[in-house]
Design a protein around this ligand. Structure first.
Ligand code: NAP
Length: 327
């Protein structure tokens, strides 16, 4: 049986989206006890095993003695006897879109001990124009980023409530703050997830179960590959460190249920909420956590046209002034 979470010590940790760069960075940043057990859950066992190896490499400095497997899970190479010096990492098959199987999945994982920490890191970012062309892609994005989190987290959250302890980390995004024309579907999934996490946190308040809502901005990595970094861009390691710090009850996330990464993003998010809609519609630079603003060439073209308009306006103003003086 797992030891309930006391002062940020986790003995059984589940990462939903076991190959997630951010999720793995969070795990790396946590000072897990040598006996802690990590379960990486995702669609592809080979990719999960590879992720387990990278986690092991990152944590290789910490010697381990024990190995373990999860009921119904595929033991990863990290948990095999021939590769013993690492923490016991197991892998489990989990598909966010198979919402009908989530209750049974949670029951199977919890049969080996209710996790102390569940990190909900599954997510996809399908470009808006693709979702507009093929609406099935929009549905997949909604199921992966929103519906699947709700069903899985309710199942694990209720098990934690029953035990009276646990922590759930939900990866929302600054994209949840205000939808943009470039990411209306992705932004909506994050806004829905964000709202669910806040409401469910209130429902769990006082039960010993904590929900930590994480709102990163643009994170350079696989999900944002090829995109132009937005203002206040961060890295998976940056998110990992901020989340680990908040879970330990240190830093700016101390005692709070929401963590912005980086911390100054909260200011930008406030500004984002205040911008009048007609202006917001035209804004392209304030785009953390979503599609790139626009191709580099287009940026300079736009700047050139703005400069041109500014020059025309200034010279007409000068002309008007000269005419006034002449009078
Ligand atoms: N990167 C950013 O800029 C950014 C900013 C704010 C918030 N976020 C959020 O942070 C979370 C983690 O992002 P990341 O940067 O770590 O992305 P990532 O490295 O691409 O990880 C996404 C994870 O989701 C998993 N996944 C996708 N579809 C799934 C499905 N149907 N069932 C189960 N797992 C599925 C992927 O597994 P596979 O290996 O099977 O593909 C992968 O493990 C996401 O929720 C993302 O929206 C990211």
């Amino acid at each position: 049986m797992s030891i309930p979470n006391v002062s940020g010590r986790f003995s059984r940790v589940l990462l939903l989206g076991g190959t997630s760069e951010i999720g793995l960075a969070i795990l790396s940043s946590l000072s897990l006890d040598p006996g802690a057990e990590v379960i990486l859950a995702g669609r592809d066992v080979a990719r999960l095993e590879a992720a387990g190896k990278t986690l092991n490499r990152r944590r290789a400095a910490r010697p381990m003695a024990k190995t373990a497997t999860v009921s119904g899970a595929q033991p990863g190479p990290a948990s095999r006897g021939d590769d013993p010096p690492y923490p016991p990492i197991t892998v489990a098959r989990y598909d966010a879109t198979e919402t009908g199987a989530h209750q049974a999945f949670a029951a199977e994982i919890c049969a080996g001990g209710v996790p102390d920490l569940v990190i909900a890191a599954t997510g996809i970012l399908i470009p808006q124009e693709q979702a507009e062309r093929d609406v099935r892609l929009a549905a997949t994005m909604i199921e992966t980023n929103f519906t699947g989190h709700v069903t899985a987290l309710l199942a694990f959250g209720e098990a934690m409530r029953g035990r009276g302890s646990g922590t759930i980390v939900v990866l929302s995004s600054v994209a949840a703050v205000r939808p943009r024309k470039f990411n209306s579907v992705y932004g909506a999934t994050k806004a829905g997830l964000d709202a669910f996490a806040r409401g469910y946190a209130d429902s769990l308040h006082g039960t010993g179960v904590r929900v930590l809502l994480v709102r990163p901005g643009f994170v350079t990595g696989r999900m944002t590959q090829g995109m132009k970094p937005a203002p206040l861009a961060t890295t998976p390691e940056g998110v990992g460190a901020a989340v680990a710090s908040a879970l330990r009850g240190q830093g700016r996330g101390d005692g709070k249920s929401v963590v912005w990464v980086p911390a100054p993003l909260v200011g930008l998010a406030t500004v984002m909420k205040l911008i009048p809609r007609p202006v917001w519609r035209k804004l392209k630079q304030l785009s953390p956590g979503g599609r790139p603003p626009y191709p580099r060439g287009a940026t300079s073209r736009l700047c050139a046209s703005r400069r041109c308009r500014l020059r025309k306006w200034t010279s007409s103003r000068r002309r008007r002034r000269r005419r006034r003086r002449a009078w």
